[in-house]
Ligand binder design. Sequence first.
Ligand code: FEO
Length: 172
Amino acid sequence: MRFNKNVQEVLNKQVNAEFWSAYLYLSMSSYLAQKGLTGFANWMRVQFQEETSHALKLFDYIIARGGEVKLEPIAEVETDWSSIKDIFESTYKHECKVTDMIHNCYEVALKERDHAAANMLQWFIDEQAEEEENALAIIDQLKFVGDNGPALYMLDKELATRVFVDATQAAK
Ligand code: FEO
């Protein structure tokens, strides 16, 4: 089956969106590192790596289908937030937006009867549910911590242990 142009277009847009997400989280990582929150900064750096792996999964898929990858410029990202909670609330909101985009890709694939692409996108649908859950879990922890310095310090230590595992490779 020839690779449908509309599916290709929407997946190319998603490659750009995933790289934009990677930039956003790297910017957040930089902000957190400057505040001395090295554990939170690490968590965001791993998030950057995850987003890059998502972009590459789509990149590889387009090529494997005989399509053409179009790498567009990556738009500027925010560099300032009002609090750590604000950062994770922005993360959650952003992930909800990405979920919508993935659902749209899936719907285009189904509309064009490209079941192979729809099947590949199923991985992203599951991943998005996890991404939203992860951001919400940290927001909950931050609410619990409040202004308690030692508790924030402990949470920072916990987030320092996050390591990048390329889940896109296991899924291949
Ligand atoms: Fe690749 Fe966080 O979505």
